[in-house]
Design a protein around this ligand. Sequence first.
Ligand code: PMP
Length: 390
Amino acid sequence: MELSSRITNITGGGSDGWDVFYKARRMIAAGTPVTELTIGEHDIRTSLDILGAMYNSALAGNTGYAAIPGSDTLRNAVAERIAARTGVPTSKDNILITPGGQAALFAAHMGVCNQGDKALYVDPYYATYPGTIRGVGAIAQSIVTTPDTNFEPTHAAIAAEAAGAVSLLINTPNNPTGVVYSAETMNGIARACQDHDLWLISDEVYDTQVWQGQHISPCMLPGMAERTLVVGSMSKSHAMTGSRVGWICGPTDAIAHLANLATHTTYGVPGYIQDAAEFALSQGCVTEEAIAAPFRRRRALSMQALAGQNVIRAVPAQGAMYVMLDIRATGLSGDGFANALLDAEHIAVMPGESFGQAAAGHIRVAMTIDDGAYLAALQRLISFAQDQIE
Ligand code: PMP
């Protein structure tokens, strides 16, 4: 029996880019200790008070079907957070609650792409992007960026691929590069979307992790709110990766249709998870800053460790929980470096190539272990890189 090309093509037929990760898992299973710097997950768990809110809600009976677009109170809380951060008037009718940012990315593309439409995304990219686009039956087309421009997409690069496209997916603060798009970049993106009548899908799941520069949500830019779908999530901001709760913020008409999609796909997010998310948001930005703080510290440690050597160049680490390192001076590819580092030093990092060809010759290091162990691992990684050229 044949399956649809829509799902058999999701991975695009190539390697999924997780070979080093799986190799590290096999080494760990076989008893070899490995320092794991691959995955974008906090080294803390969801806080006890958020779990308490979840438990109390479940105990109070919120274990049945929940409101599908999200509870009014959570939609209001998300709308208030967005209005406070962007200055753009936002109401609950602009918000759909989703089972995490990934489901929001899928729904957003489902919402704007017809079968066979071209949908743009920026290379380097978060691992699921092309597959998400293919999964809705659209054609995934990358906008290739370069290390010299910190992997930020230019107006010209977008315009070159825009003919026949219906949407552009961006991510700032960026995974995997750690770059926060500049005002100039954001204005170029906005102009390209208006010139070519594109929907902009703006993945802002790292919006609480900004170390340098300023996060600009494109819905703040003139003429953009009506063509932008913002994807948000509680995963990174509140260490709630396993709770699966996020949102789409967009024009009310789009949200009403996306709520119909939710009725026919996810049937909403569990009520006790929504209540926990609402509680978490009610704790305000002090909680968000506390959850981001370890990454801010480790980013500073990374800069210290990398200073005074010239084998590795760091892509400006302005946000998110990663540092992207240019290891081209070693003569190795990102894949070659990551594999050799794992074999020799038992340190697992992601090859840049896992995130697209634009990041070839780079590695992504997740700052997701405690400060002392992180610094020691980075120092070993730097020595390893230096050994390659001696
Ligand atoms: N976008 C980006 C850029 C991510 O890095 C991730 C998770 N690593 C997601 C979206 C999805 O996050 P979630 O589904 O947990 O909200």
